[in-house]
Design a protein around this ligand. Structure first.
Ligand code: ADP
Ligand code: ASP
Ligand code: MG
Length: 498
């Protein structure tokens, strides 16, 4: 007879599963104690929009999961393809009173989901997936009517609408896995990812989220099932649906991985791993085989969309390796992100870039050297919750770059009280990242030679000295990235790059 299971924060030595949990379940778990349970391998597999975009992609996903059954996978999924963009457009269109356009958009989304589900042999009759899809589209229709009547779109309703993308994809996926003989269970991420009230960009509350993930997912894993979990969505403490920011499914995966102390977090996407730069800009970019958490975090922060910036932190805290993999080429090894830094002959591991940046320049001969001047400037940005990416100072001025401009008018009004202010839009940040930057001499020379024909508006080397960052005009971005890439990766160290 087993004593009741207790959920503890630490891995305890001997706590047995309850009879209730093990009742009727596979033999393995009836006799396993918690210490042994934690010792079993467990992985989190996150699939981005392209990796679940249609029936073929979902079948590839099922194969990937099937091949790793022994590693107790948890699936975290994005919405299918560009569904989130379409849902946001739908909400906007309805709230602007273009009701027929909104209804057409909704109908085309429904057709697309049903078409792909039917190709997979599901949602053809009165099964639970068909019913769910039907219910979700009825709820979305109600939202469209409500938005049209109100003529206003709040962040809270935006999140309600956006949440359907992940809820639809995961319902379909659960049945796809079941049909492939993989016992699976659809989860509700809104019971697990508990956030603040900052709708559209909500912040997960670490302790509550961790406890809720453990509470809801562990029993499913103990039953030997694959939990299928929505990325991107959560709920506030009142249970109202929130979303955690565009591209946030990577973050969801890392929260799940950290809470369950996973052995690996796999980010399945549409490229071969982290590349030396965005392969859409430079098709000959190389795959980076290994990269450190610090480097990956820096790249993500400065715009390498392959990884959401918030992904790394929960994984770092628990030292869980993250692997970035191509869901169309599952046999390839991708990129492994770990705590260790491997020796590398190249100074830079990758180049990230970010468009849509604005430079704010504050000049004040009178005050620049005065005590507290910089603090005053940062307080103003902080007050409006606008984060500054790059800072450069000269004797008479301070330049800062921001990518969020909604509060810029107010910020400038306040800054004018302390100096002369100039604002320059349509800028881009280019960021070279590499642990080796601090050790290898001559990198500035390579970089400036590559950029000799381009006006550089700001230069900064981060405090961690693993990045070298420039701000240039957006018009010069493609040329700058290509020139830099050609110079920095003319020869690559085969230990690190392919
Ligand atoms: P997913 O939907 O799987 O989350 P994303 O579109 O968010 O995928 O991220 C993958 C994309 O990130 C790639 O298609 C690529 O264009 C872009 N990207 C930007 N920088 C890099 C980089 N350094 N390495 C790989 N991909 C990058
Ligand atoms: N579906 C969401 C988005 O498109 C989250 C994600 O894909 O990571 O932003
Ligand atoms: Mg992404």
């Amino acid at each position: 007879m087993c004593a009741p299971m207790q959920i503890a924060d630490q891995r305890p030595s001997t706590v047995f599963l309850s009879e209730e949990l093990s009742y009727g379940k596979i033999q393995l778990f009836q006799t396993v104690n918690k210490a042994e349970f934690w010792d079993l391998i467990m992985i989190v597999c996150k699939f981005g929009g392209t990796s679940v975009q249609d029936a073929d992609a979902m079948m590839r996903l099922a194969k990937i999961i099937g091949a790793q059954r022994d590693a107790q996978p948890v699936v975290v999924s994005s919405a299918m393809g560009k569904t989130t963009n379409k849902l946001l457009e739908l909400a906007r269109t309805a709230s602007e009173g273009r009701q027929q356009e909104a209804l057409d958009l909704l109908a085309s989304l429904q057709d697309n989901h049903l078409k792909e589900a039917r190709k997979l042999g599901i949602a053809v009759s009165e099964d639970w997936v068909a019913e769910k899809i039907d219910t979700y589209f009825k709820e979305m229709l109600d939202l469209v009517h409500g938005l049209s009547a109100l003529g206003e779109l709040t962040p809270r309703v935006t999140d309600a609408m956006a949440s359907y993308g992940e809820r639809l994809s995961t319902a379909i996926l659960t049945q796809v896995l079941e049909n492939q003989g993989i016992p699976s269970q659809l989860m509700d991420a809104r019971q697990c990812v508990i956030t603040d009230d900052n709708f559209v960009n909500a912040n997960p509350l670490a302790d509550e989220t961790e406890a809720a993930i453990v509470k809801h997912l562990r029993p499913v894993l103990e039953e030997g099932k694959v939990p299928v979990f929505q990325g991107f969505i959560g709920s506030n403490r009142e249970g109202i649906t929130t979303t955690i920011g565009r591209g946030g499914s990577d973050h969801s995966a890392s929260l799940v991985g950290a809470a369950l102390e996973a052995d690996e977090i796999q980010i399945w996407t549409d490229v071969d791993g982290i590349m030396t730069t965005d392969p859409r800009m430079v098709p000959e970019a190389h795959r980076v085989k290994e990269i450190s958490f610090n480097e990956a975090a820096e790249l993500a922060y400065f715009g390498a969309r392959v990884l959401h910036p918030a992904t790394i932190l929960p994984a770092v805290r628990k030292k869980i390796p993250v692997r970035v993999l191509n869901s169309s080429k599952p046999d390839q090894e991708g990129t492994i992100i770990t705590n260790e830094t491997q020796p590398c002959g190249n100074p830079v591991k990758a180049i990230a870039y970010k468009k849509g940046v604005t430079i704010v320049n504050i000049a004040s001969t009178r005050m620049l050297m005065a005590h507290g001047f910089l603090r005053k400037i940062f307080e103003i940005f902080d007050h409006y919750k606008v984060s500054v990416d790059v800072v450069a100072t000269s004797e008479v001025s301070v330049s800062l770059s921001v990518d969020e401009t909604s509060a810029l008018g107010d910020i400038v009004t306040n800054l004018k009280k302390i100096g002369e202010v100039k604002v320059e839009g349509s800028q881009a940040i280019v960021c070279c990242v590499g642990d080796n930057l601090r050790n290898i001499a001559g990198v500035p020379h390579i970089v400036f030679s590559a950029l000799q024909n381009i006006d550089i508006h700001m230069i900064s080397q981060g405090a961690s000295s693993i990045n070298m960052t420039f701000v240039i005009s957006e018009d010069h971005l493609p040329e700058a990235v290509r020139e830099l890439h050609a110079s920095l990766f003319r020869k690559v160290d085969p230990r690190i790059f392919e």
